[in-house]
Design a protein. Sequence first.
Length: 126
Amino acid sequence: MHERRRYPRTARLNELVREVLADEIERIEDSRFGFLTVTGCDVSRDLRQAVVYYSVLGDEEVRKTAAEALRDVKAHLKVTLGRSVRMKYTPDLIFREDPAVATGARVEEIIRGIHSGETEEGGEAT
């Protein structure tokens, strides 16, 4: 009897694509990437597109520079992906900054503001 797989095929493929791209970006010597992390990937059902989510540590200018660097190496990353992963098609790569990371940072900022407001007033908020 065949063992049932824990994750559906698309989830495994998404993770594999994320790993391949993250490893290759790490190998590329381009200072414009800064502290870039590939956080996720969503490959379409027809395998024609892959939305690659990333986060970059830094201000707006650093994030903009990293986005430009990703666009510049897009073709190289696609070739690397095609060589590393057996798929019917090599998907077109679409890079998007991870909204979850930005949302988390905003929530953290709000919480810090609340805590600093408590200490400034010398008491706890009720």
